[in-house]
Design a protein around this ligand. Structure first.
Ligand SMILES: *Cc1c(COP(=O)(O)O)cnc(C)c1O
Length: 458
């Protein structure tokens, strides 16, 4: 299995190359050359998440690692989870909540990032090299990346976070980690400023030692998607006796939705994927109006979904809408966001086979949190709540909905204070967070200041 770029100029790459490279040379995103098929009877016969992952991950890594190498890595990849099978499932009428927040940073991003970090380390060991991880975060990516990499001595992590709309818990998860290879950099600016600095660094690369890798941890890294594909098959394993499965997914950068779509292309029977967004509705505008255009970011109570563009969306356009026509894809995305994306109407209607979308504002998000608490004594996190609205509206005996629960509610305490809901049990990840010392390095949104800091610590 080799990989190629959605924009067609970076092709025939093996797994290890796209893992370490992140974004393709032509600015596109890497895709597998074909969709490997999964034997559903085999999936049904498995008894744990890790056993299912051992069927999925090797399908993508075979160009660089033997089957045995990959499966033994999969066995040791996901660590520090509080739930014995990593994932919990709660059922309310025809809705199942797939709890993906039992990992060390209490958000689903542990699944993709721990897998990526384990493979980063494997490649670095075999080539006897070191790496710098550089990323910008507005929420959960940073802490998951830091946690996933902190035990690998060959990797130094520098994570840029904005001064803005991030919960104090999220910030403390990054700033209180005491490890000599981990640095949280607070930037006096917005998330976009942080991202621009990271982009510039990836272009200039003027702070790397000889042979040192610069690694991207944002959700365009295909290995993160692989880790996420696994839990859709796990949901099938646990819930296939219900009716047709539908998934409702709280969405920002579209990584989780694209993993769901990938699972479907690999043979997972799915009736409908509901793309659920908050006021940052670029994807909802596309799925309901055929209008994909960048707007300003609104701050909401589901901050990990506060984005202006959804990077992984290019993969769906390429695979589903354009039938893998990289010339057309590159024309569209080379000119985006200057030119908004609008498909011809026949092409656009392909979405109807699988996708729907919904947009939920903060008021309705709070409402469903309160209702679910009253009815079921269950606390939804604000991101999960955005997706729960559609699931509770549309599900019935013939249509089971699975809501992806992407974070633990305790990450967003101010929301529950306002609603007068008490969160009784804190996940291990968040205990004592407010007692620990913070190690934050503050900078202006200035490239030279950042690079000087990296140089001093590299
Ligand atoms: C990252 C994140 C999302 C958005 O996921 P995407 O894959 O970027 O669409 C949703 N909820 C939480 C809690 C997150 O951390």
């Amino acid at each position: 299995m080799l990989f190629h770029s959605t924009r067609g100029k970076d092709t025939d790459k093996d797994f290890a190359s796209i893992l370490m490279q992140g974004l393709a040379d032509d600015g596109g995103l890497f895709m597998p050359d074909y969709w490997p098929q999964v034997d559903l009877d085999e999936i049904k016969s498995k008894t744990s998440f890790v056993d299912i992952a051992k069927c999925i991950v090797p399908l993508f890594t075979s160009s660089s690692f033997s089957h045995e190498e990959t499966t033994s890595m999969v066995e040791s990849t996901w660590h520090d989870f509080e739930h014995q099978d990593l994932i919990g499932i709660k059922e309310f009428n025809s809705v199942s909540i797939l709890e993906l927040f039992h990992g060390p940073t209490a958000a689903f991003k542990d699944f993709g990032l721990q897998l990526a970090a384990a493979f980063f380390n494997k490649v670095l060991e075999s080539e006897n090299k070191t790496a710098i991880v550089l990323g910008a975060t507005s929420g959960d990516t940073g802490s998951a990346a830091i946690d996933a990499c902190k035990n690998y001595g060959r990797i130094k992590s520098f994570i840029l976070l904005p001064n803005g709309n991030m919960s104090e818990v999220q910030r403390r998860q990054m700033s209180t980690i005491k490890a000599s290879n981990v640095f949280a950099l607070r930037i006096d600016g917005t998330f976009d400023d942080c991202q621009d600095l990271v982009k510039l660094a990836f272009k200039k690369r003027d702070f790397l030692n000889n042979d040192q890798y610069l690694l991207a941890v944002n959700s365009i890294n295909w290995t993160r998607i692989i880790g996420q594909i696994c839990y859709y098959f796990y949901a099938f394993n646990q819930l296939h006796q219900k009716s047709n499965l539908n998934f409702s997914i709280p969405t920002g950068n579209f990584g989780n939705v694209f993993a769901c779509y990938s699972a479907h292309k690999m043979g997972l029977p799915i009736n409908n994927i509901s793309v659920a967004v908050n006021e940052n509705d670029i994807l909802h505008r596309f799925f309901s109006d055929n209008n994909y255009s960048k707007q300003f970011v609104h701050e909401t109570i589901s901050p990990s979904m506060d984005i202006s563009v959804a990077s992984n969306f290019e993969r769906l356009v390429y695979d589903l809408f354009l039938d893998r026509d990289s010339a057309r894809c590159s024309k569209m995305f080379d000119n985006f966001p200057t030119n908004p994306i609008e498909l011809d109407s026949i092409t656009w209607q392909k979405k109807d086979r699988l996708f729907s979308s919904s947009k939920v504002n903060d008021l309705d998000t709070k409402k469903i949190i309160q209702e679910t608490y009253k009815l079921f004594n269950y606390i939804l996190d604000p991101h999960t709540a955005v997706a729960a609205v559609e699931a509770f509206n549309k599900s019935d005996e013939n249509n089971h909905y699975v809501v992806l629960s992407t974070a633990h509610p305790a990450k967003f305490p101010q929301v529950y204070e306002e609603l007068d809901i008490e969160i009784n049990s804190l996940p291990f990840a968040l205990r004592d967070l407010f007692k620990k010392e913070e190690y934050l390095h503050s900078f202006d949104a200035d490239y030279n200041q950042i690079v000087n800091f990296i140089n001093r610590n590299n």
